[in-house]
Design a protein around this ligand. Structure first.
Ligand SMILES: *Cc1c(COP(=O)(O)O)cnc(C)c1O
Length: 362
């Protein structure tokens, strides 16, 4: 069967020795594989020019729409090497569906879900050598994205759109072990409001979050926690790149409801896996004063953040203007680490895939 994304192989791949050196310590988002997936949409032709091509810079007119009005969306998922050498994706259809939802919100054309999955599978097949060896948490991070590539600075949806996927080998997110982080609760900024773009995975959300991230760093924290309003008394939403989960002493796994947060694939997977750990999943709002009181009383025992890049990050404390408090004993929680391990085991093929989440591509 011919592929919807035919491959033109690069004549100048990264030399094997250099690639091995990169794969020995890939870090995150610094190195890229040899190829990229591409498809172009125009309003007169629809989707066309699907291909896997050598990785190369885009040539952009200074009037390129996305550079001015941020008509752009993206996704993030990973390819995992299993012990028998095979390569797998985790729930790529969920990313495809979310990409389509994000596209509608940003007035971008919808890429058929099967083309989304196929573009990723074909890129990983072309760049299989870039999927890190089995063992540990290493993977090949995949970044599908789409932007208004028409050269036009009037304000309307662009009439030419570029879709692409690039791949970047990723090492363990926590190079020195999973120790847990303290979040800065911003009372200055919000991430999203009802009717805004909080549910879409768009670059603009990240641009508006950078000032909050700097605020967090000024207070000695790496990550931000957003509330649903400014001023510090609202309900918990999420961190800038990860969803939030609370574990209670009586065995509930509480996460904020959808609406203005991003619907994470990791979040959804954890809600499904909760019962495996004797936890009851609950989607419910929690205010900051409530979290603080229930953490102090021992009713809330663990807090963690969930997203594809870091999988699960234990939250051991929160800080805000004029206050700081710890969660539990200030160390990563037992349930947090158990859920993290279990999810990683499914993704890396060390644990049975009982929910049919894994898709073999090599
Ligand atoms: C991508 C993202 C997440 C996590 O989603 P996953 O599908 O689990 O990777 C959470 N919050 C925001 C704002 C995101 O962009």
């Amino acid at each position: 069967m011919t592929s919807r994304f035919p491959l033109t192989r690069t004549l100048r791949p990264v030399p094997e020795g250099d690639r091995s050196q990169i794969l020995a310590d890939p870090g995150f988002g610094r190195h890229f594989s040899d190829h990229m997936a591409i498809a172009v949409w125009s309003n007169d032709r629809g989707w066309h020019d699907h291909r896997i091509a050598p990785l190369e810079p885009f040539s952009l007119h200074p009037a390129t729409a996305a550079l001015h009005y941020a008509q752009e969306i993206f996704e993030g998922l990973k390819a995992y090497r299993h012990a028998d050498g095979s390569v797998w994706l985790f729930r790529p259809e969920a990313n495809a569906r979310r990409f389509a939802r994000s596209a509608r919100r940003l007035a971008l054309p919808v890429l058929p879900e099967e083309d989304f999955v196929e573009s990723i599978a074909e890129l990983v097949r072309a760049d299989e050598a870039w999927v890190p060896a089995v063992g540990g948490e290493d993977s090949l991070y995949l970044r599908p994205f789409m932007f208004g590539s028409e050269a036009f600075i009037g304000v309307r949806p662009a009439l030419e759109i570029t879709y692409s996927v690039i791949a970047s080998p990723a090492g363990p997110y926590f190079a020195s072990g999973v120790t847990g982080v303290t979040l800065w609760v911003t009372s200055t900024y919000t991430r999203a409001a009802a009717g805004g773009t909080g549910e879409a995975k768009c670059g603009g959300n990240y641009a508006s979050g950078l000032a909050a991230q700097l605020e967090a760093q000024e207070h000695g924290c790496d990550q931000v926690l957003y509330l649903d309003r400014t001023g510090g008394e609202g309900s918990l939403e999420e961190s800038g790149t990860m969803n939030l989960c609370l574990v209670t002493a009586d065995g509930r796994l509480i996460t904020p409801p959808l609406g203005t947060i991003l619907e994470g694939v990791t979040r959804d997977s954890i809600l499904t896996l909760a019962s495996t750990f004797g936890l009851t999943p609950v989607e419910e709002q929690t205010t900051l004063p409530d979290l603080r009181a229930r953490a102090a009383s021992g009713e809330i025992t663990e807090v963690f953040a969930a997203g594809t890049a870091a999988v699960i990050t234990p939250i051991v404390g929160l800080k805000g203007p004029g206050y700081a408090f710890v969660i539990g004993d200030g160390k990563p929680g037992k349930q947090t680490l158990a859920v993290r391990e279990h999810l990683l085991d499914i993704q890396h093929g060390r644990s049975a895939d009982e929910h049919g989440w894994m898709r073999r591509i090599v």
